[in-house]
Design a protein around this ligand. Sequence first.
Ligand SMILES: *[C@@H]1O[C@H](CO)[C@@H](O)[C@H](O)[C@H]1NC(C)=O
Ligand SMILES: *[C@@H]1O[C@H](CO)[C@@H](O)[C@H](O)[C@H]1NC(C)=O
Ligand SMILES: *[C@@H]1O[C@H](CO)[C@@H](O)[C@H](O)[C@H]1NC(C)=O
Ligand SMILES: *[C@@H]1O[C@H](CO)[C@@H](O)[C@H](O)[C@H]1NC(C)=O
Ligand SMILES: *[C@@H]1O[C@H](CO)[C@@H](O)[C@H](O)[C@H]1NC(C)=O
Ligand SMILES: *[C@@H]1O[C@H](CO)[C@@H](O)[C@H](O)[C@H]1NC(C)=O
Ligand SMILES: *[C@@H]1O[C@H](CO)[C@@H](O)[C@H](O)[C@H]1NC(C)=O
Ligand SMILES: *[C@@H]1O[C@H](CO)[C@@H](O)[C@H](O)[C@H]1NC(C)=O
Ligand SMILES: *[C@@H]1O[C@H](CO)[C@@H](O)[C@H](O)[C@H]1NC(C)=O
Length: 415
Amino acid sequence: MSASSPSFSLSCTRLSFVQISFFLVVWYFSCGCPQGVNAASSVKVGNLSKVEDAVFFHIYYGQTFKVVKNAIDGKSYLLIQNSSRMAARTKYCTTRIKSFVIPLANYSVDTDYFPVSFFELLGLLGSLKGITSDSVASECVLKSYEGGEIELINKNEPQQLTQFAAHFIGNTDQVQACNFATFLPSAEDSPLQRAEWIKYLGVFANVEARANQVYDTVKANYLCLTKVSANRTVSFKPTVAWMEYSNGVWSLTKETYKLKFVEDAGGENVDSSINKVTYNISNPDDLDEFHAILCIVDVLIDETYTSDPVGYNLSTFIQNIGIEDYSCIAFLANQSLWRYDKRIRNSTTLDWFDGARSQPQLVLADLVEALFPTGNYTTTYLRNLAKEEGVISINPDMCHRDVTAAMEPTTIDCA
Ligand SMILES: *[C@@H]1O[C@H](CO)[C@@H](O)[C@H](O)[C@H]1NC(C)=O
Ligand SMILES: *[C@@H]1O[C@H](CO)[C@@H](O)[C@H](O)[C@H]1NC(C)=O
Ligand SMILES: *[C@@H]1O[C@H](CO)[C@@H](O)[C@H](O)[C@H]1NC(C)=O
Ligand SMILES: *[C@@H]1O[C@H](CO)[C@@H](O)[C@H](O)[C@H]1NC(C)=O
Ligand SMILES: *[C@@H]1O[C@H](CO)[C@@H](O)[C@H](O)[C@H]1NC(C)=O
Ligand SMILES: *[C@@H]1O[C@H](CO)[C@@H](O)[C@H](O)[C@H]1NC(C)=O
Ligand SMILES: *[C@@H]1O[C@H](CO)[C@@H](O)[C@H](O)[C@H]1NC(C)=O
Ligand SMILES: *[C@@H]1O[C@H](CO)[C@@H](O)[C@H](O)[C@H]1NC(C)=O
Ligand SMILES: *[C@@H]1O[C@H](CO)[C@@H](O)[C@H](O)[C@H]1NC(C)=O
């Protein structure tokens, strides 16, 4: 076995006793003998995914199986190649371990909090057969649904959720049947770590090569944009705040990935210097402090939730801040007030939580335009509220590619 042989990665991985026992059981069924592991390698190097940046999932390769471990919810998925003898005789379904025969013949998706764009980039929409609602921020999934390729399944009818080889879900707070698999990229702290979860889905369909290629492309483009931003000569980095309003209170975001986006775009986060994060505008002291922040910030991203993004305009924002005199507010004078609800479906589903997750280089490019406006770049996810930029309503007619073909990641000019 050559040093670079990828046939088994156990040796270089630290495993707990439980994990090892699990592997041994699996190993036994997979080849029945340790020599079998060395005997031949049906898996080629380019077909393995190696996790580089993400911290909350791990992939292990065996001869006829793979194991994906999700470190957020502690689930392990034993993925057994359909051509192996183990496929017919091994089935796990415990609270911690589940088995799937791969490549998945078909799958369904719980559309709540699930970024389907990862599947699109992998070219796997052809085997998506069920969705729990049509509130999906993907024109091509909608087109496929409209064309009858995907059926609507009822979340409250358990038997409808178990008819496919796998049912992917984006949260952990529901009862899970044997075919359920969780997908939790948003647990990661950085935009690239989140995007790398494409490899997690790739293993279910033996499309590691594609997953690696997409991630490499996204990462290279993201890092290139970051480098250009870092090189930008400006007298002062623009100060950026992400803020949301709810029930009379404005708050600054603490979400790490958003702060990272700002740093990578060449901006500075207001948060690092301010400890207080919530401001009750009915409280005069709070209002004063809030007013001061608004006067400090160069670019504001208004994250305020609304059930009506179409109707959320500059007047709504002005009304929400509750300040009469906004002469000091630079981001208004300079028209640097943004929201991330530019691409929406049915007013309720934002592509910010879908496409923006799998292609963070597009978000970074949007932010660079927000921070250093050229007026020459059309943003994808951010809309300029100060310029009364409206929303784009996603519909099936906007899908112009073969739904079953892989979507190409968009790379931004980076020179
Ligand atoms: C590995 O990936 C290559 C390129 O996508 C593909 O041609 C080949 O069939 C794959 N091999 C296996 C064993 O899946
Ligand atoms: C295994 O999956 C491949 C790809 O979907 C399919 O062509 C093949 O028929 C399957 N083999 C078995 C034994 O199910
Ligand atoms: C999905 O795949 C499973 C095999 O895993 C098969 O039993 C089932 O009939 C398929 N369902 C559809 C709708 O294709
Ligand atoms: C960054 O700036 C340095 C010095 O001005 C230059 O040599 C280098 O090519 C720049 N790098 C990028 C990625 O623009
Ligand atoms: C904000 O302050 C007002 C007046 O002090 C108070 O009535 C209200 O409950 C506060 N709101 C929140 C969400 O704390
Ligand atoms: C903003 O929205 C409100 C209500 O949706 C509407 O009455 C108002 O005309 C809008 N303002 C602008 C400038 O479009
Ligand atoms: C407005 O933005 C420009 C750069 O686009 C900057 O030079 C200027 O200082 C800003 N003005 C204010 C009032 O922040
Ligand atoms: C979403 O909008 C479409 C088209 O307007 C409509 O047919 C569908 O019922 C809506 N779905 C939901 C969940 O509101
Ligand atoms: C705008 O973009 C186009 C194409 O990228 C480029 O050719 C042009 O020089 C740009 N104009 C400005 C003012 O930056």
